[in-house]
Design a binder for this molecule. Structure first.
Ligand code: FE2
Length: 279
C-alpha cells in the first residue's frame, strides 16, 4: 500500500489523511480479541491500590511513566469507588492499554509491523522509521471520556517535528461513539505546548496561549479498518462516548531515527528495550 502523490499532497495540506480499508476486518477483530484477552488476564487489584493511597499522584505518575517499556492498563476517570474498588467490571472500566504493546506482545507486534505499514512509512518520507509507542483505546460505551484538543508533538517532541500518528479504527468511528475531530491545516500553526521532564517532574512549557479555534474542527467519521494519518502538530480531539457502542481504536506513533527525539520527553525506554523499526 503506497500513498499516491495526491494523497501525500493532501496530508501535507490538511495535516491528516484517511486511508479507508487499510486493514482487513479480520485483522481488526484479531487485535480486538487479543486486547480483550490481555484485559481478562490483567489483575487490577495492585493498580486499584495505587489510586486509593494518599500518594496517589506520585504512584499514578510512576505507573504512567513506567509504561514506556511495558504493557500497562489505564482506567477511565471515575472508575473507582472511594475504597479503591472498581464501580463496574474491569472490562468496562479500562480507558486504554499502553505504551509498548507493539514490542512486547506478539499479536500487536504482528499488526504493527506489516509490509504495508513499512511501505507507508517510506512513502511518507521516513528514511529509518522507529515505532515509538502504541495505545489500544477502548472508548467504552456510555463512560468513554472526552480527550481535549491537543497536538501529539506536545508529548512526543522531535526537533524535526516529523512525528506521524497512525490511528486505526477497529470499529466504525462515528459522531455517536466519539470519533476523532481535527482542525484542517491546523498543523501549520506551530507547536503550542511541550510536556517536558524537569527536576521536579513533568511540566508543560507553553509557547502560544491562544485557544484552539475549535469552531474549525471537523469530524473524521471512518469505517472499521480505516487508517487515519495524523501529523504530530495537527490539533485533534475526541468527544465522550455517550452511546451504547464501543469505539475501539489502536494507535502507533512513528518518527525518523535521525529526528532527534527529545531526551526530556516523558516516554523514555529502558536501555534493554530500545526503539525498533519495522524489522
Ligand atoms: Fe492524540
Amino acid at each position: 500500500m503506497r500513498v499516491s502523490a495526491a494523497q501525500l499532497q493532501q496530508y501535507r495540506r490538511d495535516g491528516f489523511l484517511v486511508l479507508a480499508d487499510f486493514v482487513p476486518a479480520a485483522a481488526c477483530d484479531h487485535l480486538r480479541a487479543r486486547a480483550e484477552q490481555l484485559v481478562h488476564n490483567f489483575d487490577p487489584r495492585g493498580i486499584a491500590s495505587i489510586f486509593s493511597t494518599r500518594e496517589q499522584n506520585r504512584l499514578a505518575n510512576d505507573y504512567f511513566l513506567g509504561s514506556a517499556g511495558k504493557i500497562h492498563f489505564f482506567f477511565e476517570e471515575d472508575a473507582f469507588l472511594p475504597d479503591g474498588s472498581l464501580k463496574q467490571s474491569k472490562e468496562k472500566s479500562i480507558n486504554k492499554i499502553g505504551h509498548a504493546l507493539h514490542d512486547l506482545d506478539p499479536v500487536f507486534n504482528e499488526f504493527s509491523r506489516t509490509v504495508e505499514l513499512k511501505q507507508l512509512a517510506s512513502g511518507l518520507g521516513l528514511v529509518a522509521p522507529l515505532l515509538l509507542q502504541s495505545m489500544y483505546i477502548f472508548k467504552q460505551p456510555r463512560i468513554g471520556g472526552e480527550v481535549g484538543c491537543h497536538q501529539d508533538s506536545t508529548f512526543l517532541y522531535t526537533e524535526q517535528q516529523d512525528i506521524v500518528g497512525l490511528w486505526f479504527a477497529l470499529e466504525d468511528a462515528t459522531l455517536e461513539n466519539g470519533c476523532l475531530w481535527a482542525i484542517p491545516a491546523g498543523h501549520k500553526r506551530g507547536l503550542k505546548q511541550r510536556w517536558r521532564r524537569g527536576p521536579e517532574g513533568m511540566y508543560f512549557e507553553t509557547y502560544d496561549l491562544e485557544p484552539w479555534p475549535e469552531d474549525q474542527l471537523v469530524p473524521l467519521e471512518v469505517s472499521k479498518g480505516s487508517l487515519i494519518l495524523l501529523h504530530g502538530l495537527l490539533p485533534h480531539k475526541s468527544l465522550a462516548n455517550r452511546s451504547s457502542r464501543s469505539r475501539h481504536a489502536y494507535t502507533l506513533h512513528l518518527i525518523d531515527a535521525d529526528g532527534n527525539y527529545a531526551q526530556d520527553n516523558w516516554l523514555q525506554r529502558p536501555a534493554e528495550l530500545p526503539f525498533r523499526g519495522f524489522n
